[in-house]
Design a binder for this molecule. Structure first.
Ligand code: SF4
Length: 279
């Protein structure tokens, strides 16, 4: 059994919180560049140029890419042959707090959803832990901006709705979101499981690297087809028109009840900040 000290988890979470807010991931920068090359709308192209310049400035000046430094969503995959010395949840909490303070990130979390008192250090984070075979310990941190999160939707479709119903729902969500989701968006699509878990499937899809297709060819084809249809909506970068409304769409699925077809669409803005490390 391999041991990972809670202190190492805390430090890694802190570093990742700062890093993702200052440094836009390389795959996103490449996607912006590809989009700029193909964009037909002049204002849309200009937006992409500004996003690239913004990312460069953030990295060189040590500033957050966006003022909304997001909800910290931490996704840990812990091998069954690894144990954490100390309390995992507290370590993640302390890591987010330290990253927010030391990185001068905005505290964006309120303690109570109606009484709205800011916790000041972006805690508590949202934590997901999954066990897997082996002795690896992966930590991924996402800074999830709320503009796109607010435009996300979940619907309990029926099995008879099938792929056509999913397509109609996804296009409706992206159309309704328009510029409010800060496009070009990335879309996490969860299909299956239950009402409570399908939203996590959608979020989990956003943790996959950009362009990494679902390993099942049926769903990989559906990802490509939905992405093509979304980019025909004409919303474009920041809603200024054009053919780059979405940079990617990724699907995660799970078994579900014979009478159900839960579907969740988790929208992610152009500030798609996620990074993974191994301890
Ligand atoms: S939705 Fe994304 S790009 Fe828009 S303000 Fe929030 S973090 Fe920034």
């Amino acid at each position: 059994m391999r041991s990972v000290p809670a202190r190492a988890v805390e430090e890694k979470v802190r570093d990742l919180c700062i890093d993702i807010n200052y440094h836009m991931p390389r795959d996103m920068l490449q996607a912006f560049e590809r989009a700029r090359e193909t964009e037909v709308s002049p204002p849309g192209r200009e937006v992409l140029t500004q996003l690239l310049a913004n990312a460069r400035t953030a990295a060189s000046e040590g500033l957050p890419y966006c003022q909304d430094t997001g909800t910290a969503v931490v996704y840990i995959r812990q091998g069954e042959e690894v144990r954490v010395e100390g309390r995992l949840e507290e370590a993640v909490h302390r890591g987010v707090s330290a990253g927010t303070r030391e990185g001068f990130l905005r505290g964006s979390i309120v303690r109570d959803p109606l009484r709205r008192q800011n916790t000041g250090d972006n805690t508590p984070p949202v934590l997901h832990v999954e066990r897997e075979p082996g002795d690896k310990f992966h930590i991924a941190v996402m800074a999830k901006g709320s503009g796109a999160e607010n435009m996300s939707q979940l619907r309990m479709l029926t099995p008879a709705d099938g792929p056509d119903g999913i397509r109609r729902f996804v296009l409706q969500v992206v159309r309704e979101a328009g510029p409010n989701a800060c496009p070009p968006v990335t879309i996490g699509l969860g299909i299956g499981s239950t009402f409570d878990t399908v939203a996590w499937l959608a979020k989990k899809a956003l943790f996959r690297p950009l362009g990494r297709r679902n390993p099942d060819p049926y769903y990989a084809d559906l990802e490509v087809a939905l992405l093509r249809d979304i980019n025909r909506l004409g919303i474009g970068p920041m809603g200024f028109g054009g053919k780059n409304t979405a940079l990617d769409l990724r699907i995660e699925t799970a078994p579900c009840h014979i009478a159900a077809l839960p579907v969740a669409v988790n929208l992610e803005c152009h500030a798609h900040r996620v990074r993974e490390a191994e301890l």
